[in-house]
Design a binder for this molecule. Structure first.
Ligand SMILES: [Zn+2]
Length: 102
């Protein structure tokens, strides 16, 4: 049985006093590892909520509903290795997208 990613958002203040921002904790869509991220900055991919396949993989029904799901830094690194090898543009990672890494 699949479960929707558990998300816990906590409003915190930035150390530099720039105001509140959101921190999210969720399993990576690709590997399942729990990680923390800024939901507005994290790289994500649109996934078909019925068959759980990314939008650019496999077949999708006419009424498919896609939701962007977060992907961890390690999986983005692996995706970029494949993209580099096949000459596709790399996925850019915004500074501060991941909060559990230095
Ligand atoms: Zn991952």
């Amino acid at each position: 049985m699949e479960t929707e990613p558990r998300r816990a958002y906590a409003e915190v203040r930035a150390l530099n006093g720039d105001g509140p921002y959101l921190v999210a904790f969720a399993p990576c869509y690709a590997c399942g590892r729990l990680f923390s991220f800024d939901p507005e900055l994290v790289p994500s991919i649109p996934v078909d909520l019925v068959n759980r396949l990314p939008a650019d993989v496999g077949e999708h029904g006419p009424g498919a509903i896609f939701q962007r799901l977060p992907v961890c830094r390690d999986c983005i690194g692996r995706a970029n290795e494949n993209r580099r090898a096949t000459g596709r543009p790399l996925i850019e990672v915004a500074p501060n997208a991941y909060l559990d890494e230095g």
